[in-house]
Design a protein around this ligand. Structure first.
Ligand code: AMP
Length: 217
């Protein structure tokens, strides 16, 4: 039960994360006016007068929350790593949309590149650079926005850095996973000013999410 006199805006990530978030909101007794999986609305009032939802691209959630356009957000750890997390608190791991951020390619791709810079295709440019820098490996990063698995197939890159869940997409394309960069799940993030100014409301929302997470475990 969410008890808030503060009006709160919660930013949700579209796609796989949204599918896992909606059952959680239902367990918390939060009902959007329309089904976000079907509706083309961007803003969803809910049955709680003081709570509205925004449904936006996953990569935009940290930006909306850091700028205070939303008080609270739900974002994948992959997106938060890439964003850097400035202006955000990350108080709760919701344990949904779990997967791994991995380096993958054709078998033997890392060895075949020898000592030349490894060409890496990814949308996680900063995270990939930091990972290979820690390994002492020189890289040329090619930024893509989707279908990373295609890059090694067409010779655009030696390897990719992408999310892997079942491994089915890699397998279907003859690729294999080499290394895990990070275990990923979705996190609740909170705007730092909102945390101070709307403490009671945000605390109530956090408690409700924590209970809903436990109920699912
Ligand atoms: P899979 O074939 O199950 O390993 O899933 C891999 C594909 O789904 C890749 O294209 C990933 O980018 C995407 N994917 C996997 N897990 C997630 C997630 N938690 N959130 C968003 N996309 C994901």
């Amino acid at each position: 039960m969410i008890e808030s006199t503060d009006s709160l805006t919660l930013a949700l990530s579209k796609g796989r994360i949204l599918e896992d978030t909606l059952p959680m909101l239902a367990r918390m007794g939060v009902e959007p006016v329309e089904d976000p999986l079907v509706s083309r609305r961007l803003v969803f009032p809910t049955n709680h007068d003081n709570l509205r939802l925004l449904v936006i691209r996953a990569t935009d959630v940290p930006t909306f929350v850091a700028h205070g356009a939303a008080d609270v957000g739900i974002a994948g750890k992959d997106v938060l790593l890439e964003h850097g997390g400035a202006g955000l608190y990350e108080p709760l791991d919701l344990d949904i949309a779990r997967c791994r951020l991995m380096v993958a390619g054709y078998p033997g791709a890392l060895e075949r590149a020898g000592n030349r810079p490894l060409r890496v295709a990814t949308k996680y440019v900063e995270t990939a650079r930091a990972w290979f820098a820690r390994q002492g490996r020189q890289v040329e990063v090619v930024k893509l926005y989707g279908s990373m698995e295609l890059a090694p197939i067409v010779g655009l890159a030696d390897v990719i850095v992408d999310l892997v869940d079942t491994g089915g997409t890699l397998k279907a394309n003859g690729l294999e996973a080499f290394e895990t960069i990070e275990h990923i799940s979705s996190r609740l993030v909170v705007n730092k000013a909102s945390m101070k100014m709307k403490h009671a409301g945000i605390d109530s929302l956090l408690q409700a999410f924590a209970s809903a997470r436990q109920a699912a475990a």
